[in-house]
Write a protein that binds this ligand. Sequence first.
Ligand code: ATP
Ligand code: MG
Length: 404
Amino acid sequence: MEPKIIARPDHIISRRNISSAANKVLYGLKDAGYTAYLAGGGVRDLLLERNPKDFDVATNATPEEVKRVFRNCRLIGRRFRLAHVYFHNEVIEVATFRAPAPEEDEQTEGNTFQTENGVVLRDNVFGTPEQDALRRDFTVNALFYNIGDFSIIDYAGGLEDLNKKIIRVIGDPDTRFTEDPVRILRAIRFAASLGFTIEDNARQAALRQAERLEACSSSRLYEEIQKLLSCGKAERVFELSCELEIFEHLFPEIGAWRNDPDGEGKTHWLQKTFKQIDRWRNAGFDINPALLFALLFGEYHEWVAEQLMKSDGLSHAEALIEATHRHCRQLCDRIRIPKAVTAHIASIMAGQPRFLKTTSKNAARMLRHRDFLDAFLYFKFAARTTGRYAKELAWWEEQRKKKS
Ligand code: ATP
Ligand code: MG
């Protein structure tokens, strides 16, 4: 298929908006005789006049050839080898044009892993620019900026979708979501953060395929959930996740608990959580992942803890710690929350009963604790969201003022 090509005078991307590191990589490859494109989110964001998070480069040079062009370069990855080119404050990822993933039958699997010298890898994996564009997830993520003539190359109709503000899957959405269910979460993240709508076929397919998230790599899910929570539009993420029935599959226990007949009000906590996260994020406050998850699961953990106090006779703090650990253990197969993060969530939760003790001795001890701020932010959020402990909250605000 012939791509649509937009010449330099007819689009807004200028080399001035591309980082100097990315420009160096693009020109280095071009001067060595290779094709070099800026690809992925960088092109999308520049066309939307947003600040790209990073710049990725796609090229017809093999990883070994890229390494020959740049001294400050390291090859990473086994299956798909990528080149990282290092600059003092930036790393540019350079990927060779890639063909669609070969069928995962045993033969190709064997070949890919046996061959360390790249020959079979090359036959199996490297492709044309068109193939590289079409194996990407969404049309708006498949645009190239060609350093050779400063044009934009569009194989998938991404420019039109950018104008219409649509997240459209390249190819058949059911197939693409089956290949990689994390794409469903990426669709939600891009729709929320860019203010786009998810195209209807993609939406229907997401609903059909969402259960496949349960079988995804647990570390990828952890990473992606963090990105969803901290994209600055978490409130919209929450709405879309409800529409696409994502919670049920990512957090079945929370899904079940929310859908409980007396589950009213539970949506309220979650909605407020996402709003609060956005408020912090948009004020430039860097939120600890443990605080994110403590807030997200907080009302559920408090509920489990109450049951544990009744059934096992635990103290409130013990019950909160146990509730956190139990839930994170359950989650672990699906979402790999690192052990240190779980411990930090438990510490935030365990601190909560101590905010009810308004003595100066307790305050002195609490204020010195290294998790104090996260625990306090949780307490403040919970107090405001539920309308409880207004007096205690005012007292602690006072103590903090005195200390600073
Ligand atoms: P961000 O602003 O989050 O960096 P991005 O679009 O650059 O957004 P990346 O995760 O950095 O996203 O990936 C870079 C590009 O690689 C994407 O734009 C897309 O073209 C492609 N890509 C990434 N993940 C997938 C995936 N799961 N399936 C298909 N293509 C993908
Ligand atoms: Mg990116």
